[in-house]
Ligand binder design. Structure first.
Ligand SMILES: [Zn+2]
Length: 302
């Protein structure tokens, strides 16, 4: 049985490990964890990287490192195939020698499938349980429901289900150019496609139009679904779209973005690493403009 031990939001692994520890091994690290809980998605987590509208990982297989995807027609090994438990280390715990607690962004680089998908699901569930310890209605301490993937309040019966926060991410093109923005949160010099959270009452297409116009001043049309990806920072589901330029001039007046600009496929700035749906969208643009995605500069996080 595999184990996902978290120290805060960081995943605990043997140093430079590319797979999760067994539960026996993780217990040996004496993290003062309270309880291990099943950390499998309530439904089959048939997640093989970026799921796309083209179906069965074809796009993903092109866009990503082969380790992250299933070949078309072949069923990906799913998180539910492997029994897995998770727990949080006691506050203040320090990993023993040869073991370290790493951020999930680093885990995405280190872990191989299926462990990566397992860890992403477990990180989401562990954080949700930690932030759902008290009832949002009456304040009583909650406990895990036996019937649902939920925390239940024994006092008033309120059920708190895992929260998933949808966000859109969009490849906007104008002829042979793509719209990219540089965020304060990106590494120095790094650009990516525009993204933003869905507001209550919005359709996903509305969010695409609103976010792009707010962040860049550009209006878009022909909004088409591209694919999706669970993104545990901390609890998002990234929903990818492509869209065409419809009008407007670029302004970089948004609080979040330092710069927004159009780029040709053969002159791209550093963009996010493989495995992200952002990179899949950018690679797709490059490919359709005759540029090999392996030649695109990738940003490095320090
Ligand atoms: Zn309650």
């Amino acid at each position: 049985m595999k184990a996902c031990l978290f120290a805060g939001d960081r995943l605990v692994l043997r140093e430079d490990a590319s797979e999760l520890p067994t539960v026996e091994e993780a217990r040996g690290w004496n993290a003062g964890e309270k309880a291990w809980f099943p950390a499998t998605a309530s439904r089959p987590a048939a997640w093989d990287g970026v799921h796309t509208a083209e179906g069965d990982g074809v796009h993903a297989a092109e866009a990503h490192d082969a380790r992250a995807v299933a070949t078309p027609g072949e069923r990906a090994e799913t998180a539910t195939d492997t029994p897995v438990v998770a727990a949080r280390a006691a506050p203040g715990w320090t990993p023993p020698e040869g073991v370290s607690a790493i951020g999930m962004r680093q885990a995405i680089v280190l872990l191989q499938e299926p462990d990566l998908s397992i860890a992403i699901t477990a990180a989401h569930l562990a954080r949700w349980r930690h932030t759902s310890r008290f009832c949002g209605v009456c304040g009583t301490a909650t406990e895990p429901s036996r019937r649902h993937q939920a925390m239940v309040c024994r006092s008033c019966g309120h059920l708190a289900f895992p929260k998933v926060s949808p966000a859109v991410i969009v490849q906007v093109t104008r002829g042979d150019r793509i719209l990219l923005g540089r965020s304060r949160r990106h590494p120095h010099g790094g650009y990516s496609v525009l993204a933003g959270f869905v507001d209550p009452g919005e359709r996903l297409e509305d969010t695409v139009r609103r976010e792009v116009e707010e962040e860049s001043g550009i209006r878009v049309r022909n909004v088409r679904y591209f694919g999706s990806q669970p993104w545990p920072f901390p609890d998002s589901l990234m929903v990818g779209f492509t869209a065409d330029y419809d009008g407007g001039e670029i302004h970089s007046g948004d609080d979040e973005l330092l710069d927004v600009a159009w780029f040709r496929a053969d002159a791209l700035p550093p963009v996010p690493p493989a495995y992200s749906i952002a990179r899949a969208l950018i690679d797709g643009f490059a490919r359709s403009n005759g540029v090999d995605p392996s030649r695109i500069p990738t940003w490095q996080r320090r």
